[in-house]
Design a binder for this molecule. Structure first.
Ligand code: NCD
Ligand code: ZN
Length: 358
């Protein structure tokens, strides 16, 4: 018997993005409309230069994001604090009081704009204690920076070397392992307590490391943590489509100018905000799990962060469209988006004004 076609249209609660880089200035103004068209809220990463490691800096950035939002677009930035070695626990408490939703741990040197991060987790135990006391979740870039560890093993080693002890030492700290890329991370999160969750990007659901070298080196598919083997991608798809509320959407959309990517030392980051929910729909359809998309994209994240899901609805329709070869990124630069010049299989229908609120 032929398998019945899945319906060509899906209505889901408006989703949220639990890991997003919006940058600043002209780049912020250029990329923000892509995210605001798709997501009611996004957890905005604090890896600006200088890092957002004071409450004042975080709140000022929030204001700049809101000012850059085009009139008529509804979008709520959820702010994060960048943990630095000299931060005082009081900063955590003040940030929690002001509604900052999480603090972000970058191992120093692990990724783009992470030089100000943490070298020694032992030295910042008072910050973790303060977070635990005010129930502020810790969002972690989970890769070791030890140069002797193979780049494809850095997440797996981080889990054993740092995350397992951290979970043990802070028994009520809530933790999000961000942009997971390996079957080891999937198992660690699945087997862990309820206070442990993970975000998964669209690109790690759709691509494995072969794509990085398809016909030549592909700088626009280079991100951190780097794409892994097919086996790991399959484990991520299984986790995302499982219905397990510990796994939720975080695009890690990370725009960089074309020149910074197409370079002898190209930087890490994939831009996916222009088609984010559409790409997740593709991944879920490929897995035969479109009925699980709403949980992953719109329900599990708010539940973990103790927020209500969005009231508005989003309509996705199957039908290909071609992604532009680039988008402007401020006056003098451009960003090459994921799938540039290629097709995306789903489109997001424009929301009616009534559905425009988050
Ligand atoms: C991110 C960036 O460019 O800010 N890059 C990336 O490859 N994901 C930083 C990060 O989240 O690691
Ligand atoms: Zn990121």
């Amino acid at each position: 018997m032929p398998t019945p076609m899945a319906p060509a249209e899906r209505v889901i609660r408006r989703p949220d993005d639990w890991h997003l880089h919006l940058r600043d200035g002209a780049a912020l103004a250029a990329v923000l409309p892509h995210s605001a068209a798709r997501f009611g809220r996004a957890m905005v990463m604090p890896n600006l230069k200088p890092p957002l490691d004071t409450l004042e800096a975080v709140l000022a950035y929030r204001e700049r994001i809101l000012s850059a939002l085009p009139a008529g677009m509804a979008f709520e930035p959820l702010m994060t604090l960048y943990l630095t070695p000299h931060m005082k626990p009081r900063t955590i408490r003040d940030a929690a009081r002001e509604g900052v939703v999480a603090a972000k741990l970058y191992p120093a040197g692990a990724t783009t704009h992470s030089a100000a991060g943490i070298d020694d987790l032992e030295a910042v135990r008072p910050l973790f204690e303060a977070m635990q006391a005010v129930d502020m979740p810790l969002a972690i870039h989970g890769e070791v920076t030890d140069p002797s560890v193979d780049v494809f093993d850095r997440e797996r080693v981080f889990i054993e070397r740092h995350l397992r002890p951290l979970m043990h030492d802070f028994p009520s700290l809530r933790v999000v392992l961000e942009h997971i890329t390996t079957e080891q991370a999937v198992h660690f999160v699945s087997d862990g307590p309820q206070r442990l969750a993970a975000t998964i990007t669209a690109h790690h659901l759709l691509y494995d490391r072969n794509a990085l070298f398809a016909g030549g080196i592909r700088p626009h598919l280079y991100c951190l943590p780097v794409l892994k083997r097919a086996r790991h991608r399959q484990a991520l798809v299984a986790a995302a489509t499982s219905g397990n509320p510990k796994f939720f959407l975080g695009t890690d959309s990370a725009p960089h100018g074309r020149r910074a990517k197409e370079s002898a030392c190209g930087c890490a980051g994939i831009y996916s905000a222009h088609a984010a929910i559409e790409l997740y729909a593709e991944a879920f359809e490929q897995a035969g799990a479109l009925d699980r998309l709403e949980g992953f994209a719109s329900l599990h994240g708010p539940a973990f962060y103790g927020l209500p899901p969005n009231e508005a609805r989003s309509t996705l329709r199957r039908g290909p469209w071609e992604v532009p070869k680039s988008y402007p990124l401020g006056k003098a630069d451009e960003v090459v988006p994921l799938r540039a010049g290629e097709e995306v299989a789903w489109r997001l229908l424009p929301s009616s004004p009534a559905a425009g609120h988050t």
